[in-house]
Write a protein that binds this ligand. Structure first.
Ligand SMILES: Nc1ncnc2c1ncn2[C@@H]1O[C@H](COP(=O)(O)OP(=O)(O)OP(=O)(O)O)[C@@H](O)[C@H]1O
Ligand SMILES: [Mg+2]
Length: 485
């Protein structure tokens, strides 16, 4: 039951406009994240094309984002420019990328002191409004928009669209305060920032671009998507999708190809904005828009030998609260009850990524549909716990008198020193020998290889037998010995 306050007096505690707007500036956006937040609005407004432009004039430079979305009429635009235009708890259309009713304001003010929006709905006249922080300063208490537009052909640009919106940033003081147009060093830095923006956009909206849902033009040039998972590369290993949280979210892991499988160009392109090591981890998407660009969400640390693992997580916008999506749309936190599941899934991908990283995965790639890779050990799960079994289909093991060696196999399976191996591996990742590495090319390995080869020849032609050997552990690691048979 709510308290009855009717007998109490009240006092006005409305926010002081200028203080509030100044605080918006400190939400913590960088230029890239701010631009992405404005693009979210364009996508939610159904835009098919988005044009990002800038004009260099030192401190007087302008930066603009134009879309051909549905546009707004006057009341809608005023409401759009109002901080807190929507309640975060309000249910949104499933394709809406917004949540807080703040992005347009916080993202813009994080980068500039003055911004304008001009918008046009189909068959309507364009409308425009400007927020100017210095104007608000002079009229300190008032949340007042100004009916002005910056110099330029904005009106003409919007008239050329059936409908759409242009957001124009001016006085970008964080980047350009006091900079004159002839300052070459500052110009180069500005161009570099623009380059980051372009990369970030190519990353965050890659699924929209790939699916031809939107085209983004950066200074007139179409932005190409950056896909973190190298999905089209034949050497990428993609794992089955796993539904979690009652099927509301989907997780899907990828192990990227070993460096030796990539051309120099593919290798440097795949390293993304942050570099190979930093790009490992979860990629969290909300309505296909990337929020988290390669982070382990506090579940693991980033380490060199896991750098080939990248895992996609898809969230609907109905889980915003549980995943603690932040205003900047660049943070998400896995709900507590999901952490164990995510960790278990990611561990499989990471384990495979280490194999590939150490070049063990190299031959498995070539397997055909009809032939399986035959490892010596198989990982299994029961009652949520893991254990390891010896693969009795492995040709060498299958060729033995299984009945006679069964007790030995069981003994090995039950006593494999997993904790010790795990501790050693995490403390000193590269300190293990590869199978038969310490005796590489020794007679022991060759003898084993010959034995299996001979038995395969009973049912296979020589070339076929060799190609099967390439799929049998540990011979897969020694293709040169197989060649010599
Ligand atoms: N480019 C645009 N085209 C059409 N409408 C827009 C555009 N940009 C903003 N709007 C309208 O203005 C509203 C406020 O936008 P704003 O980015 O401030 O908040 P939001 O998108 O609702 O939520 P969030 O804070 O999560 O971004 C939007 O909900 C939308 O109705
Ligand atoms: Mg928004």
């Amino acid at each position: 039951m709510s308290t009855d306050y009717s007998k109490y007096s009240t006092a006005d505690a409305a926010p002081i406009a200028v203080n509030m707007l100044e605080s918006f500036r400190a939400v913590g956006y960088n230029m890239e994240a701010a631009v992405a937040d404005i693009l979210d609005n364009s996508i939610s407004a159904g835009a098919k094309n988005i044009w990002i432009d800038f004009e260099w004039k030192g401190a007087d430079s302008t930066f603009s984002l134009k879309d051909d979305g549905c546009g707004m009429v006057n009341d809608e635009l005023i409401n759009a420019m109002r901080p807190g235009s929507k309640n975060p708890n309000e249910e949104r259309d499933i394709n809406d990328l917004g949540r807080f009713g703040l992005g347009l304001k916080t993202a813009s003010f994080s980068q500039c002191r003055k911004y304008s929006v001009i918008s046009k709905k189909r068959s309507q006249k364009p409308v425009f409004w400007t927020w100017d922080l210095d104007y608000v300063y002079r009229h300190a208490k008032e949340w007042k928009l100004i009916a002005s537009l910056p110099d330029g052909n904005w009106n003409e640009q919007i008239q050329n669209l059936y409908s759409g919106t242009i957001v124009i940033w001016q006085d970008m003081d964080h980047l350009l305060k006091g900079i004159t147009a002839d300052n070459q060093k500052a110009y180069n830095k500005f161009l570099q920032t623009m380059e980051y923006v372009k990369k970030h956009i190519a990353t965050v909206f890659h699924r929209y671009i790939e699916d031809n849902k939107i085209k983004i033009f950066f200074k007139g040039r179409e932005v190409e998507a950056w896909n973190p998972f190298l999905i089209k590369h034949t050497a990428t290993q993609s794992f089955p999708e796993e539904p979690l949280q009652n099927g509301k979210i989907k997780v899907r892991g990828f192990v990227l190809p070993h460096k030796s499988k990539l051309t120099q160009e593919e290798f440097s392109n795949a390293e993304g904005a942050k570099g190979w090591n930093a790009q490992q981890g979860f990629y969290v998407y909300r309505n296909e828009r990337m929020l988290v660009n390669g982070e382990w969400l506090g579940l693991f640390r980033k380490e060199e030998h896991f750098k080939l693992s990248r895992i996609m997580i898809d969230l609907p916008n109905s889980l915003d609260g549980q995943w603690q999506i932040d205003i900047k749309k660049s943070v998400a936190r896995a709900p507590f009850e999901l952490k164990d599941n995510l960790k278990a899934y990611a561990s499989q991908i990471r384990a495979r990524a280490v194999e590939v990283y150490r070049h063990r995965g190299k031959v498995i790639q070539r397997n055909s549909v009809t032939q399986h890779f035959q490892p010596v050990w198989i990982e299994k799960q029961k009652y949520g716990k893991r254990y390891y079994e010896i693969n009795q289909e492995h040709p060498l093991i299958a060729s033995m008198d299984l009945k006679a060696i069964k007790p030995l196999i069981r003994l090995l399976e039950e006593t494999i020193p997993v904790p010790l191996i795990v501790i050693n591996e995490s403390e000193n990742p590269d300190s293990f020998f590869r199978p038969f590495e310490k005796v590489a090319a020794s007679s022991e390995l060759k003898e084993l290889l010959k034995t299996v080869y001979k038995s395969l020849l009973n049912t296979n032609a020589p070339e076929q037998a060799k190609s099967r050997l390439l799929l049998i552990e540990p011979f897969n690691e020694y293709p040169e010995l197989i060649e010599c048979l």
